[in-house]
Design a protein around this ligand. Sequence first.
Ligand SMILES: *Cc1c(COP(=O)(O)O)cnc(C)c1O
Length: 402
Amino acid sequence: MTSPLLPVFARAELSFEKGEGPWLYGRDGQRYLDFGAGIAVNALGHAHPHLVEALTQQASKLWHSSNLFQIPEGERLAQRLVENTFADVVFFTNSGAEANEAAIKMARKYHHAKGHPERFRIVTFEGAFHGRTLATIAAGGQAKYIEGFGPKVEGFDQVPVNDLEALKAIIGPETAALMIEPIQGEGGVRSVDNAFLKELRALCDQHGLMLIFDEIQTGVGRTGKLFAYERTGVTPDIMAVAKGIGGGFPMGACLATREAAIGMTAGSHGTTFGGNPLAMAVGNAVLDVILEPGFLKEVERKGLLLKQRLAELKDRHPSIIVEVRGAGLMMGLRTLVPNTDFVTAARNQKIILIGAGDNVVRLLPPLIISDEDIAEAFNRLDAACAAMEAELSTKAQPGAAQ
Ligand SMILES: *Cc1c(COP(=O)(O)O)cnc(C)c1O
């Protein structure tokens, strides 16, 4: 049967009926350990009681009123984000790409407001992923996402990560900003050296550029800090956030210093849905949990535990896994088998993983994952690797039955 959905996704033959904590219940009657969290979105797992309570409470009062009016839940969420980050101001969106769009527009408008409208170019980095709008595919620079969609949006220059000379060479009188993920997510859980990020900050200061961090995947506790920039010793001027911030409710945010936002005056940008009361109620509930004393310390501890177990897995299965990457609960395994095969083998053992670039599989469990569930994940991945090894040895045997 052909689906009426636009066929832009290669979907697995699997759907879920409900979720609870780190578990997903498939319509196939099976229970799956969710180490994908809806691509780092379900930060607090499924059906978290505090989030369900916040959503249903707000749902019975007011869903949407528009940004023509005050939204106290949004004021409160923005205030809490400001108090817990470098930022002074927040713009709420419905998605990550929109948060990046706001960041890009803000960086350009900053220079415009400063009397330099010629400064509009933004330097991004190879392997980046910034979203699927016309500007964010140009920012990401991946041919497979750009091709066929008309002229590429003007104003994005790309250099390799950690290549300081290439970066220095490309900064010119039209450059407005540098834009980077502190750890590339879709690109394959690839960390950027702290030393390189420090160089980025120094170059921005030297040339009067905006430093934009795309923390759409790394943010909201994923790496064991509220935001990954805290791990790096580098502070951006503008930061895009989404995914985990709504715990599964679609929302995003663009955070900035007051100086960076200087051009964003009344009427210069907007959104119909962004920052609506329903989203804001859930966003506040997510922060209630993540900002609880000790919560992020636990994420950090569990991240180390997971990393140790993955190192053990690699040692046990050197023909399958070549590298363990990542920070906190944003981990990646670079595999020797096609990463799609690994994802399938894991799914056969009832654990959900997510593929990424560079032949990596991502492990992005909900931040509420327990030690027992990490142990369970190890057992299931161990079984998945054993099954792949068995298959490899069958293939390798000359004359083996097909
Ligand atoms: C997911 C992601 C985006 C795009 O977010 P959408 O909500 O899909 O628009 C942008 N940047 C990074 C780093 C992401 O992980």
